[in-house]
Design a protein around this ligand. Sequence first.
Ligand code: TYD
Length: 145
Amino acid sequence: MINHMDRVKMIEFKDMGDERGQLIVVEGARDIPFEIKRTFYIYGSDATVVRGKHANRRTEFVLINVAGSSKVKVLDGAGNETIFCLNRPNTGIYLPNMVWKEMYDFSPDSVLLVLASEHYDAAEYIRDYDEYVKEISSFSDESNN
Ligand code: TYD
């Protein structure tokens, strides 16, 4: 069975900072495992908000809190759950396709930058947790055969 949780990892980016300030570099397919096709950023969320609550059939993501902090809860549909804190501009979390993710506990100054491997396609988002568990189970069954 493919363990999707094992593929989730924190990545530390190169810091080219000097006495003028910090400069962090993230190159597609070099510093992260995919070419970047889309980027978006989330701000103005707060500690009462839970975002995400979906899995993506195809898209891989890297999330970076370029300012402030937030948390990401990752579920693999097989009972494993891990919580990551994003609180450094030079660190991101890599999320492969087919993990369930929830972003929450945003600090007031949080700016969450998201890099994605695919263009936006609503049809590849699974927004129902039971449907996700169903799909991940058949996915795993297929890879066992
Ligand atoms: P949503 O998926 O709810 O955001 P989050 O994952 O942070 O909870 O997206 C909010 C709205 O924005 C929804 O109508 C879909 C739209 N959207 C796009 O059009 N393109 C995108 O790349 C993203 C991420 C969202």
